[in-house]
Design a protein around this ligand. Sequence first.
Ligand code: NAP
Length: 267
Amino acid sequence: MVGYFDRQRVLVTGASSGIGRAFATRVAADGGDLVLVARREAVLRAQADELHARFGSSVEVIPADLSAPNAAAGVAELLAQRAITVDALVNNAGLGIHGDLADADLGAVSSQIAVNITALTELTAILLPGMITRGRGAVVNVASTAAFQPVPHMAVYAATKAYVLSFTRALWSETRGTGVQVLAVSPGATDTAFFEIAGEDASVGSRRAPEQVVEAALGALGSNRPDIVDGAANALLARIACRIPAKWAIALAERSVRPESPVSQAN
Ligand SMILES: NC(=O)c1ccc[n+]([C@@H]2O[C@H](COP(=O)([O-])OP(=O)(O)OC[C@H]3O[C@@H](n4cnc5c(N)ncnc54)[C@H](OP(=O)(O)O)[C@@H]3O)[C@@H](O)[C@H]2O)c1
């Protein structure tokens, strides 16, 4: 069976680790070519060599700090210099900081917004017109189950992911009939390096594998739906969060990231 990204050039942000790395491997295994974007150039170059050796993929590396001003424009400039056409974009790079806003470092607050929102939006805005002109392509934005309700103690992170979900759903509608697929994938707790920054307390319960998130996204692409939650239990919790009173949803979310806190605090 031909893979979804067969003979397509897919740009994956945050490709050096976790879900992005699993995405890149899957694209290569499916016969696609890649542009890998993240900060750690040596990691990306080793990964590019490995994917080329294993799958014969053509893999370009663009080291970039997506929290920097105009980072997306910088990536686009390098794509143009190398005459690379991007058929599909996976906006996966992201980070979440654990802690109350009043105690937060301002730089950490800003970098979450810059990577999770600004770079994702600008890369989409830069690459989408070409896809529409060509009448085909895909934009996959990695949101989170944190998008479905506010999350005390990770307030900025959850708000950035609510943005990603809302933005992607609207874009899904704007691009209908253009041949471009737009999808938000919302993982729940997934076993990656995410928790090295967010803190091990940032989830309770079991974690799914990055490959499962990729599988969920690929399963949903082409099915004409704007978003998918990875994992049946995560999907159920997301649906419940949208249907119960906001203060209950907030309390439940707080409990999952700050287990020691009494639920009543959020009432
Ligand atoms: N793991 C989870 O439980 C979970 C749950 C829901 C949603 N998500 C979302 O899934 C996505 C991937 O996260 P992950 O779990 O795979 O975490 P991860 O293993 O920590 O990977 C994060 C990736 O983002 C890149 N990145 C971070 N800051 C960057 C920056 N300033 N510029 C460029 N690249 C940057 C990292 O690369 P470098 O360090 O090399 O720059 C890395 O490749 C994120 O959007 C995250 O919010 C994760």
